[in-house]
Write a protein that binds this ligand. Structure first.
Ligand code: GLV
Length: 310
C-alpha cells in the first residue's frame, strides 16, 4: 500500500513515525517526492496544493488531517469520485473543548474584566455567577460540537444547540435546526460558540441580521471557520455594545492580516487557529483506523457528505 503524505507548514518527522507505528509496512511518499503517481492508494493531506489530487489515478480515499475539509473541496479540481474522510480525533476534540471552556469562563466568570481592573490596581470582586444561569449556544453539533456541549453540560451550563439539519440523539440539550429556528435559538443565548463547518449554507451566516438576534450583552466564540462570521458586522456590534466580547480562533483570511482591525479591538481576543491542534500520535491512530476500515470495505468515520458540504 502506498500513501501520499502532504501537510502544509508541518514538521513531518513525528507524523512519519506515528503513521509507520500505526500502519506498519506501507510506502509513505512525502509530497512532492512521488516517483509514480499511479501507486498511491490514499492521500493524507492538509492544505495540499490545488489541482494536484486529480493526478493520482488509483486513489481510494483522501484523508483530511483536520476536522474541516474546506482545504480539499475548495480545490476546483479535486477528484469528485474519491471519498473524503474528515478527521475525528478524540485528543483534538478534547483540545477544542478545553479551548472553549477557557473562553466560556473568561466571559461568564467576568475574568475579562479583571485585566482592566488590574491596570487600575482595583481590587473589585465581581459576584459569583452560577453556570446554570448561563445559556450557551453551540452552533454545529457534529462530533466535536457534541463533545463541547457535553463538556459544558457536565459543568452545569445550560446548553442549546443549532444545526443546519435535523439531528437525532440530542436528548441532553434543546436542539434547533434550519433557518426557521435560528431566531428562537439565538434569542436567549449568553455565549455563542460557533463550531460549524464552512459550507454554502453557513458562509456569512453570522452577519448583522443574525448577530442582532443575540441578546444585548452576549459574547461569541468562533472555532468553526472565519467565513461564517462577518467580521465587519461583528466589529460594528461590538462597538455598539450589543456584543460584549469575541474570542476568535479562525478568520476569513489566515494568517490574519496586520491591518485587520480585529487585532487591536479592545473586546476581541485573538488566537492564531490553535484551538484543536493536531497531535500526530492520536491523529495517526484515527487515520490508520479509517484506512483499515476502507481496506475492509467498511465505511470510514466521519465520511464527508458532498450534499451536506461537511
Ligand atoms: C482545523 O481547523 C480543522 O479543520 O481541524
Amino acid at each position: 500500500m502506498a500513501i501520499l503524505l502532504s501537510l502544509k507548514d508541518t514538521d513531518l518527522v513525528p507524523w512519519v513515525e506515528a503513521l509507520n507505528n500505526e500502519l506498519g509496512s506501507v510506502d509513505l511518499c512525502l509530497y512532492p517526492k512521488v516517483e509514480d503517481n499511479s501507486i498511491i492508494d490514499y492521500a493524507i493531506v492538509w492544505k495540499h496544493p490545488y489541482g494536484d489530487l486529480k493526478n493520482y489515478p488509483n486513489l481510494k480515499a483522501i484523508l483530511s488531517c483536520g476536522a474541516g475539509v474546506d482545504h480539499i473541496v475548495d480545490d476546483p479540481d479535486y477528484p469528485r469520485s474519491v471519498p473524503i474522510v474528515r478527521l475525528y480525533d478524540e485528543k483534538l476534540s478534547q483540545d477544542m473543548c478545553l479551548y472553549t471552556l477557557h473562553w466560556v469562563l473568561h466571559f461568564h466568570s467576568d475574568y475579562y474584566q479583571y485585566n482592566n481592573l488590574q491596570t487600575q490596581k482595583n481590587w473589585n470582586q465581581k459576584p459569583f455567577k452560577l453556570p446554570e444561569k448561563c445559556h450557551i449556544g453551540v452552533m454545529g453539533l457534529g462530533v466535536i460540537g457534541k463533545d463541547i456541549a457535553d463538556t459544558l453540560i457536565s459543568f452545569d451550563f445550560k446548553v442549546s444547540g443549532w444545526g443546519a439539519t435535523k439531528k437525532p440523539d440530542m436528548e441532553l440539550l434543546t436542539y434547533y435546526y434550519g433557518e426557521t429556528q435560528i431566531h428562537d435559538f439565538l434569542s436567549s443565548i449568553d455565549i455563542l460558540i460557533n463550531v460549524l463547518p464552512l459550507t454554502t449554507t453557513t458562509s456569512n451566516l453570522l452577519s448583522e441580521n443574525t448577530l442582532r438576534l443575540l441578546p444585548k450583552g452576549s459574547f461569541i466564540i468562533n472555532i468553526g471557520r472565519g467565513g461564517i462570521v462577518n467580521e465587519a458586522d461583528l466589529i460594528m456590534l461590538l462597538d455598539e455594545g450589543h456584543l460584549m466580547g469575541a474570542a476568535l480562533d479562525v478568520f476569513a483570511t489566515e494568517p490574519l492580516p496586520e491591518n485587520n482591525p480585529l487585532w487591536s479591538h479592545p473586546k476581541v481576543y485573538i488566537t492564531p487557529h490553535i484551538a484543536g491542534q493536531n497531535n500526530p500520535q492520536s491523529a495517526a491512530m484515527a487515520i490508520a483506523k479509517n484506512i483499515r476500515r476502507l481496506e475492509n470495505g467498511e465505511e470510514p468515520f466521519p465520511l464527508y457528505n458532498p450534499e451536506k458540504g461537511y
